[in-house]
Design a protein around this ligand. Structure first.
Ligand code: NAD
Length: 441
């Protein structure tokens, strides 16, 4: 078993650290955020992920995981250091590598024995080469240090499960030493390992994410065409899904992809291509379709209503997808401000994301409208003039169609996630508009 350190305790770093501990390694998780570290030390997860808190407590009690802001102590004698800090998008679409650079420098100043540095964060192709050089440039002690790429493929909402049961582990190394050590670290997971060089590993991450983003944008494009032609995207997707070459996943049309990965990773790869004199036309198209898609529902609703001014607007779901408290690039962030600017009185429901959303949009008057957070969906719907569904939470799906008719002042629903059958809404007497399917008017 190895002594590991993990830099960054976000969705990737914390989940990786906890799962390494669960598999028997000795893990120290490092973060610069003191509040986060204090929370984790007390057994509380700073992020919402199924099973995470339970495993944190179990492995902490077993003495296999600890949390600190003292990076020197954590990195000094680690066999391997995994980097899971953020690589957010910059205004020009490129990835911000400043957090990676800071960690690299901290590692260079701290390590006192041979060490493998493993980059889990999503970074542009060639970054690992630079990180290795950077560490060597700032190295204080005479030790061997190598950098390996080990991109992460977990999906938020099922991060622990995805890590423990990953379909593949990608390792990108430039020496047998690094390859052998990473294989040993992952041996207790009993998962398929694909070993390639560092640049290919970096590219596998972008190529995979962007392919999925492309699949979503393609289905949204087709959904928009379905609306014009009277076809139903859900039936179309079902028909397509039987073809094994296409597969059944990522065929759901909706109001576009969000989250911390697809939006930034599509833009980053487009940027990398441009830097290298190449135009990545497919990915560019996926980005454009997604941008338009985010406000598709609002545009539909604007056509149907004269104004939102003074209307009670129920908003169901704020996070970018169910199972997470993450709001990054969520459709709600695009639509709520426009509704508020139009004078809407929003009653927003989200089972886990409301507190975070309220930090950006505090309860009360904003712009010409107001926002109120409710913990009960029925309260949001009561007497509402219109309802928007932005996230397909189980709690939202559980609302029966007739409830919209009974509770709302006018049963007018704009569903960005196609969670209801058109027929059921029609039978319940609800005016229903969704994505890529016939409307009930
Ligand atoms: P995040 O923003 O949730 O977490 C990053 C953490 O790093 C924060 O807690 C921050 O305080 C900490 N940090 C910053 N500087 C630090 C330093 N010098 N030392 C220690 N900690 C430091 O990020 P995330 O969502 O976990 O993503 C991390 C990386 O993984 C990104 O490159 C992302 O693209 C990639 N990724 C994310 C997902 C996902 O679903 N979130 C999936 C696969 C890959």
């Amino acid at each position: 078993m190895y002594k590991l350190a993990v830099a960054g305790t976000g969705y990737v770093g914390l989940v990786a650290g906890v799962c390494f501990a669960e598999k028997g390694h000795q893990v120290t998780c490092v973060d610069v955020d003191e509040d986060k570290v204090a929370l984790m030390k007390s057994g509380v997860s700073p992020i919402y992920e199924a099973d995470l808190e339970e495993l944190m407590q179990k492995n902490h009690a077993a003495g296999r995981i600890d949390y600190t802001t003292d990076y020197k102590a954590a990195y000094r004698d680690a066999d391997a250091i995994f980097i899971g800090v953020g690589t957010p998008e910059q205004p020009d679409g490129s990835a911000n590598l400043s957090y990676i650079a800071t960690v690299a420098r901290q590692i260079a100043e701290s390590i006192e024995k041979d060490c493998l540095v493993v980059v889990k964060s999503t970074v542009p192709v060639g970054t690992n080469d630079k990180v290795e050089q950077f560490i060597q440039d700032f190295l204080v002690n005479n030790v061997r240090v190598e950098v390996a790429s080990n991109p992460e493929f977990l999906a938020q909402g099922s991060a622990v499960h995805d890590t423990l049961h990953a379909e593949r582990i990608i390792i990108g190394t430039e020496s047998e030493w690094a390859e052998a050590m990473l294989k040993e670290i992952y041996a207790p997971f009993y998962l398929p390992i694909v070993s390639v060089n560092r640049r290919s590993a970096e590219m596998i991450k972008y190529a995979s994410n962007d392919f999925l983003a492309l699949k979503i944008s393609y289905m949204n494009d087709i959904a928009n065409l379905c609306e014009l032609l009277g076809a139903d995207i859900q039936d179309v997707a079902k028909g397509m899904s039987y073809d094994e070459r296409i597969g059944s996943k990522f065929l759901n049309a909706g109001i576009g992809f969000g989250g911390s990965c697809f939006p930034k990773d599509t833009k980053a790869l487009e940027y990398i291509a441009k830097q290298n004199g190449y135009e990545l036309k497919t990915v560019k198209a996926a980005i454009e379709v997604n941008k338009e898609q985010k406000t598709m529902l609002y545009k539909k609703a604007s056509k149907r209503l004269i104004t939102f001014n003074g209307l009670k607007v129920a908003v169901l779901g704020l996070t970018f997808k169910p199972g997470t408290d993450d709001l990054r690039e969520a459709a709600s962030l695009e639509n709520v401000p426009v509704l508020l600017a139009q004078g809407a009185n929003i009653y927003a429901y989200d089972p886990v994301g409301a507190d975070r959303f309220a930090k950006e949009f505090p309860e009360g008057q904003i712009d010409k409208g107001t926002i109120t957070y409710v913990s009960d969906i029925e309260e949001a719907l009561a007497n509402a003039n219109v309802c928007f569904i932005f996230t397909e939470w189980g709690e939202v799906k559980a609302v029966l169609p007739h409830k919209y008719r009974e509770l709302m002042r006018t049963p007018l629903v704009f569903d960005g996630r196609n969670i209801y059958s058109v027929q059921d809404m029609q039978d319940a007497g609800v005016e229903y508009h969704s994505i890529g399917r016939p409307s009930v008017t």
